[in-house]
Ligand binder design. Structure first.
Ligand code: GRF
Length: 230
């Protein structure tokens, strides 16, 4: 497939994408890398589910596939396998796109960047965090009855869907929305926001500010882009 040739191989910023399922965000990242909207070359896809649609997308785009089932393995043993296979690749960031596994503290520390004060791992979540963490963000929004929900791109820390927020976008919940219609619209927004937030993260100067004194007890610190007001 010629798509592989067209991938943005010139980029000096390498990313590895981790995904377990449908892969619509992975596809958006591949297309953005190909078109130059994302200044990153996708070094590999890591997946724990060999029969997931995302596997076919990696093949379509000619991206090396690292399949490691977690079945029958401890978290640590599975992560060791993943880390070992990543040794052959050169990359700067891990980009999570629907990866249905939590990382151990050890794994997160392995990618810790002292200067940036964060692990070099980024995730997208289908809600306006800190609302609706965990699975099924769009379903939670429908069942709760909110009028506005959204999507969040955030750096990954040790807690569930925790870590400084890189970018967010709001999504109106329509009166006649079902979980299906809301998530279909939400995913389109995700594809756009993930590429935009990632591009900013990879190419612009930023820092992580500490949670402010007297802030919310679960305050996560913020990603502050240079030129933006802290
Ligand atoms: C997305 O909703 C993403 O926000 C969440 O997992 C889902 C993955 O969807 N983390 P897809 O596999 O990219 O279509």
């Amino acid at each position: 497939m010629c798509a592989a040739v067209k991938q943005n191989k010139q980029s000096s910023i390498g990313i590895v994408v981790f995904a377990s399922g449908r892969g619509s965000n992975f596809r958006a990242l591949c297309e953005a890398s190909q078109s130059g909207r994302l200044s990153a070359r996708i070094e590999a896809l890591v997946t724990n589910t060999s029969d997931a649609p995302v596997v076919g997308i990696a093949r379509e785009f000619g991206i090396p596939l690292l399949e490691h089932s977690h079945r029958g393995l401890s978290r640590e043993a599975h992560e060791e396998l993943v880390l070992k296979s990543l040794d052959a690749f050169s990359f700067d960031w891990i980009v999570l796109a629907g990866y249905m596994r939590l990382f151990s503290k050890k794994f997160i520390r392995r990618f810790w960047d002292q200067d940036l004060n964060t692990a070099r791992i980024v995730n997208i979540h289908p809600s306006l965090l800190p609302s609706f963490p965990g699975t099924d963000g769009y379903g939670q929004a429908i069942r709760y009855g909110v009028k506005v929900t959204g999507v969040t791109v955030h750096l990954v820390s040790e807690g569930l869907d925790d870590g400084p927020i890189v970018g967010q976008a709001a999504l109106d919940v329509r009166e006649d929305d079902t979980e299906e219609t809301l998530s279909a619209r939400g995913r389109l927004l995700e594809h756009q926001i993930y590429v935009e937030s990632l591009e900013k993260l990879l190419t612009k100067p930023w820092r992580v500010s500490s949670p402010q004194a007297g802030s919310h007890p679960e305050g996560r610190g913020r990603v502050v882009f240079e030129g933006a007001r802290a």
